[in-house]
Ligand binder design. Structure first.
Ligand code: CMP
Length: 138
């Protein structure tokens, strides 16, 4: 059993696809173990994406991520990290496979609807960034 963190980004909330995104995860057999809607400040978005601090898109990315509410969730299941990434599709919707969330809903590499942890260490950091142990179903 593996845990991962996913975020429906501000564009996904604005497009009203929160339920659609969660539904796709649930249909693949993943379980929602924690879920909340929150609005990130610019500083909170910067802390979450600290690993990308040196990238040219950091300012724009953190501006976007603090532009409206997001739905953050912990998903659990066998191979949850890879499963979520497969369901999301490639970061850039232009490269995303048909039937993936980003192919179906994303407008650009930045406004790409959804985030998913890219490995076990990242998942542990990202889950802890948003949820305490008591908030996650076991
Ligand atoms: P995400 O999976 O949340 O991880 C980092 C995010 O940075 C990524 O999705 C994109 O939204 C964004 N990103 C990655 N590469 C670029 C880029 N070249 N230009 C703008 N945004 C990017």
């Amino acid at each position: 059993m593996e845990r991962t963190l996913s975020i429906v980004k501000p564009d996904g909330v604005r497009k009203n696809v929160v339920g659609e995104v969660i539904g796709r995860f649930e249909k693949s057999g993943l379980n929602v173990a924690a879920l909340k809607l929150i609005s990130l400040s610019k500083e909170e978005a910067e802390g979450f994406y600290a690993v990308h601090k040196a990238r040219p898109f950091f300012g724009s990315l953190t501006e976007f991520m603090s532009s409206g509410p997001v739905a953050v969730m912990v998903l659990t299941g066998d191979g949850a990290i890879k499963k979520v990434r497969d369901i999301m599709g490639a970061t850039d919707p232009k490269n995303a496979a048909p039937g993936t969330i980003r192919k179906d809903f994303a407008d650009s590499i930045e406004s790409n609807i959804v985030h998913g942890s890219d490995g076990p260490d990242t998942a542990a950091f990202e889950i802890g960034y948003f949820f305490s142990a008591l908030e996650i179903l076991r």
